[in-house]
Design a protein around this ligand. Structure first.
Ligand code: PRP
Length: 210
């Protein structure tokens, strides 16, 4: 039997994603054990799950270390990995947004200073608006940048808005909605097509019932 390797995003979203797999008949009970293991196998089903950092899922899938995986649309747009996007799982819903301090006024005479982890999405968004920007690429705690006057605005993921609110920032523009996507390695999709299509079909039935 061909084994299917599945990269799941570690964290809250990953747990929801695993539940969808389980409800679709692709279960691996050992994953629910309370330990720090990262790889779990169901030999009977020929299935192996592993937890990876959410932003790394596409790397594992692109390079074939995983056959399929689940990652946010933000990662697909930002890194443009060479994978197939098979299904919108309609979970992990949030949006990419521009946020600023209360009372922020854009001065179009000078480049807008934008702090973000998502440089490509940011560049694409502002270039369509013909707005000149100065990108400040950060790796985390983006919300601090406008407070310390490192940037005028930020581009980041907003889910509940709590992080912005607690740091005295407000969303001023939505760039795009984001949700979790099932992705496949291109060669795996060819050589393990039957099983990958079966997983996709069963997951899509679960998604319809959400
Ligand atoms: C994202 C984002 C915000 C937060 C927004 O970070 O960068 O900090 O979530 O969520 P909220 O609107 O519900 O407050 P994430 O938790 O993905 O962690 P990361 O910064 O390590 O990517």
């Amino acid at each position: 039997m061909k084994v299917i390797d599945v990269a799941l995003p570690k964290g809250r979203l990953g747990e929801k994603v695993y539940d969808l797999f389980e409800a679709s008949g692709y279960e691996c009970p050992s994953i629910k054990e309370d330990n720090r293991k990262l790889i779990f196998e169901n030999k009977d089903l020929g299935l192996r799950f592993f937890w990876v950092k959410p932003s790394d899922v596409a790397i594992y899938v692109e390079r074939g270390a995983a056959d399929i995986g689940v990652c946010g649309k933000d990662i697909l747009l930002e890194y443009d990995p060479d994978v197939y996007e098979l299904l919108d799982l309609k979970i992990g819903k949030c949006r990419m947004a521009v946020a600023a301090k209360d009372g922020f006024k854009d001065d179009s005479d000078v480049p807008l200073r934008v702090a973000t982890k998502f440089s490509k999405i940011t560049e694409d968004f502002y270039s369509k608006k013909c707005r000149e920007i100065d990108i400040i690429h950060l790796n985390g705690s983006i919300e601090i940048a406008p407070i310390l006057n490192l940037s005028d605005v930020i581009v980041d993921i907003v889910e509940t808005g709590k992080t912005l609110y607690e740091n005295n920032l407000k969303p001023i523009e939505t760039i795009m909605p984001i949700s979790a996507r099932l992705i496949s390695n291109k060669a795996s999709y060819q050589f393990k097509n039957e099983i990958i299509e079966d997983i996709k079909e069963k997951l899509s039935l679960q998604v319809k019932n959400l």
